[in-house]
Design a protein around this ligand. Structure first.
Ligand SMILES: O=C(O)c1ccccc1NCC(=O)[C@H](O)[C@H](O)COP(=O)(O)O
Length: 254
């Protein structure tokens, strides 16, 4: 795990993640296909957006206290292709229970967003897709296999070309490039523009973090994004309207 020079709050997130156990029994999930959902969205003219239920975070103030299912339904109404649900409790206000209920309530694929460090933690809650962060997993290939053995689709999050290489070597076919630098917590869309060319064509490529405007959406798509993961810009205000604004860029310039 490359934990050198992480922001203090990321150290704290990882310390909390170390202490969390897993579920009881080994899970076996039948996922809704994320690649199919992306294709369907693109076919009917929607920008494929993974809308994230993130009640709070270390880089935002305040907390959304609505039921996650209500937020999920509003995101789907706004045209979200998939949902991401934070299950990290101590820094993001999430819970596995919220993900469980969201997945029951919607038809779109649901990503479990957490800081998963050990195989047993994959068994905490069922989801259609799990996030594995390349920087934190020395055994990324084994974790990708372990997730797939349970039926999960896997989104491997990267931030550098070296991490993309590790993700591809681990067999990833869905790769995220996170614009948020976990060293300083700064967000820079140039990260995606620099790293995206190192991702093979046949990999489904997701731009993550810092996407707030239709211009940002167009910029990430121009740089090769097949889908976008958006949290704060959707959670801040009217969730349905925010999602719709990012899903329908054509003809707009803000
Ligand atoms: O969002 C944070 O404040 C954060 C802080 C420390 C580590 C990770 C963090 N976020 C995780 C994410 O990857 C984002 O929730 C996700 O990509 C959405 O980002 P955004 O659209 O910028 O909210």
């Amino acid at each position: 795990m490359d934990i050198e020079s992480l922001a203090p709050v990321v150290d704290s997130i990882l310390e909390a993640a170390e202490t969390r156990g897993g579920g009881g029994d080994r899970l076996s999930v039948s996922p809704h296909s994320f690649p199919d959902a992306v294709e369907a969205a693109a076919a009917d003219g929607r920008v494929p957006v993974i809308a994230e239920i993130k009640p709070t975070s270390p880089t935002t103030t305040g907390e959304r206290t609505e039921d996650s299912v209500v937020l999920a339904e509003q995101m789907v109404e706004g045209g979200a292709t998939a949902l991401s649900v934070l299950t990290e409790p101590s820094h993001f206000g999430g819970s596995p229970e919220a993900l469980d209920r969201v997945r029951e309530a919607v038809e779109v694929p649901v990503l479990r967003k957490d800081f998963i460090l050990r195989e047993e933690q994959l068994d905490t809650v069922a989801a259609d897709m799990v996030l594995l962060i390349a920087r934190f997993l020395n055994d990324l290939d084994r974790m990708v296999d372990a997730a797939r053995e349970r039926g999960f689709q896997v989104l491997v999050e990267t931030h550098t070309a070296t991490e993309v290489e590790a993700a591809i070597e681990a067999g990833a076919d869905i790769v995220g490039v996170n614009n948020r630098d976990l060293t300083k917590l700064e967000v820079d869309l140039e990260t995606f523009e620099e790293v995206a060319p190192t991702v093979p064509e046949d990999v489904l490529l997701v731009a993550e973090s810092g996407i707030g405007s239709q211009r940002d959406v167009e910029r990430m798509q121009a740089a090769g994004a097949d889908a976008l993961l958006v949290g704060s810009a959707i959670m801040d205000g009217d969730v349905t309207a925010n999602t719709r604004r990012l899903v329908t860029t054509e003809g707009h310039d803000t």
